[in-house]
Write a protein that binds this ligand. Structure first.
Ligand code: COA
Ligand code: AMP
Length: 630
């Protein structure tokens, strides 16, 4: 069966399609049906089935005689170490960690925050939670204490599993002081912390609260897998929304495993036993789906890479990893390739690396620009597949399904909707627009398995954020169009979310931080185009009347404040002081007009603008910062 037939079948007969896919994983109780639509427009999949995610990702491969196969390769240029863990070892390690957590009374439904860098123990922590039916929430290491505290208060974890430090090129990121500060700031108190002490920066342990990772597990009995209902949350992953309060995306256990298992062969084209590498971070959705659960549920070897595309030690690192570990399918963000291309435009560092095992490169996280795609195709000589997805969806909405058939690649498009995705492009009134016309991209409900059924503790916000604007549809927050052949083109966000180096960030959250500066009366943050990172945040600050402190000083403090409150990952370095912000007569700040001026794009002065002269002032301020770039 070809793609078109498979996609059509998935929409015409979702029950048949997904129940068949569900048979690829192990259940302790098979679900009676696939879709549960009794609470529409809230949907669930496989709700009355029973299964365990850790069993499916680890134990069953051992039971099937594949215990000796490598499950995890840890390749860490920043520590200059390499380590392999087989499925049998992984089972033993995870069962012991789960046993130690269970000994502390942790069990099904309890939340656990994981704050760790790219080490195998991060995956073991996730799988140990899954083994017990506990719900993990991984927080990316590049977030600062305040962001961690917000997540602690929302998830209300009983435990935190953390590492003492992460290693960034040129600096050690001490996680422990950030964690201590976050626990201090949070209203909720986790009962205990389990700390993986890492060279070069072991941490001080708080007596009575903090345990050493290894001592904590000493003498613990291995825990068995606890079966959970199909709709039991496997994890909560926070992502940026339009405000400073992140959205807790809930991932249901069964749909997640079924969809990921389906995608490994059909989209990524790998067979069990082969090596799959997603160069992302466990703190992001790509890390959850395609470093941890996806490859493991499908019996692939996954690479946990602790390094950067450039500088660890050079722009040839990716090629070394692919060659050395015989990576079949590789997934990263376009920004990583832009970084490599900038350092080594001729691809000289490819020399000497045997990349023949590689069958395809997958790009996602941001729009893949045609230059980057063409460069990657030319250098790697494999198909370069742009595909589109979101934290909310957990797996690709649109892709080129290499394992089914390779559709013609259209540069600039992430290709076509995957099974279960009924994607429509709508105008403001919710009517479908013809091919080639820009509109809001929405998905007709129900969404397929694996996607978010709700937001953690925030069902109303879920309905309001995603289901209200176009009744009967999920609003993706992306705008774009579809061509005559049904290929999608994802052009921009329709909200205040920007994409910096493949990381999704909220300009609203940065504005909240800037507004807390004592001299700032009002502010606006926009995303400006950046050659390397796709976008960068840029802040406009209006100061309180009477404030006569030097502007450079306030800008410097504002930059430091965003770093301190949100974290280095925000990459907030550009800001300027202006007298006033351009607004509509009703008071809405004209952020997109300012972004167009910064990017040197043509723009129309909105007829509702309060005072058009302000746009000239904004252009002057941007010019002083070097925008638009020529
Ligand atoms: N823990 C602590 N700090 C972190 C971190 C982590 N896990 N990850 C990033 N940071 C910090 C960096 O050290 C940097 O800090 P600095 O301001 O002191 O330099 C800041 O956050 C920004 O980091 P990053 O986005 O990595 O930018 P960079 O300039 O260091 O590197 C790239 C640029 C393109 C090489 C890098 O962004 C990259 O590899 N991107 C790929 C992104 C990706 O895989 N995304 C996943 C979505 S699919
Ligand atoms: P995240 O939730 O961090 O994965 O970010 C999801 C957002 O990243 C999407 O809503 C898009 O705006 C953007 N995005 C992800 N993949 C692509 C892609 N292939 N092309 C264009 N934009 C993308």
């Amino acid at each position: 069966m070809g793609y078109a037939e498979i996609h059509a079948r998935s929409l015409a007969d979702p029950e048949g399609f997904w129940m068949e896919a569900a048979r690829a994983i192990d259940w302790t109780r098979m679900p009676s049906k696939a879709l549960f639509d009794e609470r529409a427009p809230l949907y669930e999949w496989f709700a009355d089935g029973e299964l365990n995610a850790c069993w499916n990702c680890v134990d069953r491969h051992v039971e099937a005689g594949r215990g000796g196969q490598t499950a995890i390769i840890h390749d860490s240029p920043v520590t200059q170490t390499r380590r392999e863990i087989s499925f049998a070892e992984l089972r033993d390690r995870v069962a012991r960690l789960a046993g130690a957590l269970a000994r502390q009374g942790l069990g099904k439904g309890d939340r656990v925050i994981i704050y760790m860098p790219m080490v195998p123990e991060a995956l073991e922590a996730m799988l140990a939670c899954a083994r017990l039916g506990a719900i993990h929430s991984v927080v990316f290491g590049g977030f600062a204490a305040h962001e961690l505290a917000v997540r602690i208060d929302d998830a209300r974890p009983r435990a935190v599993l953390a590492a003492s430090c992460g290693i960034e090129p040129g600096r050690i990121v001490r996680y422990k002081p950030l964690l201590d500060a976050a626990i201090e700031q949070a209203a909720h108190r986790p009962e205990f912390v389990v700390m993986l002490q890492r060279e070069p920066e072991p941490a001080h342990l708080v007596p009575g609260r903090d345990h050493d990772w290894h001592a904590f597990q000493a003498g613990a009995d291995p825990a068995p897998c606890t079966p959970v209902e199909g709709n039991h949350p496997a994890y909560v992953l926070y992502t940026s929304g339009t405000t400073g309060q992140p959205k807790g995306v809930v991932r249901p256990t069964a749909g997640h495993l079924v969809a990921l298992h389906w995608s490994m062969k059909n989209i990524y084209g790998v067979n069990p036993g082969e090596v799959f590498w997603a160069a992302s971070d466990v703190g992001w959705v790509v890390g959850h789906s395609y470093i941890c659960y996806g490859p493991l549920v499908h019996g692939n070897t996954t690479v946990v890479f602790e390094g950067k595309p450039v500088g660890t030690p050079d722009a040839g690192t990716f090629w070394r990893v692919i060659a050395e570990h015989r990576v079949r399918s590789f997934f990263t963000a376009p920004t990583a390739f832009r970084a490599i291309k900038r350092e080594d435009p001729a691809g000289a560092l490819l020399k000497g690396h045997d990349l023949s095992p590689l069958r395809a490169l997958f790009l996602a996280g941001e729009r893949a620009d045609p230059d980057t795609i063409r460069w990657a195709e030319e250098k790697l000589k494999v198909p370069v597949i742009d595909h589109w997805w979101q934290t909310e969806t957990g797996w690709p909405i649109a892709a080129n399904p290499l394992g089914i058939e390779k559709l013609p690649v259209k540069v600039g498009s992430p290709s076509v909707p995957m099974p279960g995705w009924d994607v429509r492009v709508l105008d403001d009134s919710g009517r479908e627009v013809p091919p080639g016309t820009l509109g809001a991209i929405a998905v007709k409900l129900p969404l397929p398995p694996g996607t978010l059924p709700t937001l953690w503790n925030a069902e109303e916000r879920f309905v309001k954020s995603y289901l209200s604007r176009f009744p009967g549809y999920y609003e993706t927050g992306d705008a774009g169009y579809r061509d005559e052949d049904g290929y999608l083109y994802i052009m921009a966000r329709t909200d205040d979310v920007i994409n910096v180096a493949g990381h999704r960030l909220s300009t609203g959250a940065m504005e909240e931080v800037l507004a807390s500066h004592p001299d700032v009366a009002e502010c606006a943050v926009i995303g400006v185009a950046d050659e390397l990172k796709g976008q960068l945040p840029l802040g406009f600050l209006c100061l309180n009347r009477g404030c006569n402190r030097p502007h450079e000083e306030i800008v410097r403090e504002s930059v430091a404040l965003v770093r301190e409150m949100i974290g280095p990952v925000a990459a907030f370095r550009l800001a300027c002081v202006v007298d006033r912000l351009p607004k509509t007569r009703s008071g809405k700040i004209l952020r997109s007009t300012m972004a167009k001026i910064a990017d040197g794009q043509p723009f129309r002065t909105p007829p509702t603008i309060d005072d058009p002269a302000i746009l000239g002032e904004i252009a002057e301020a941007l010019k002083a910062l070097g925008y638009p770039r020529t």
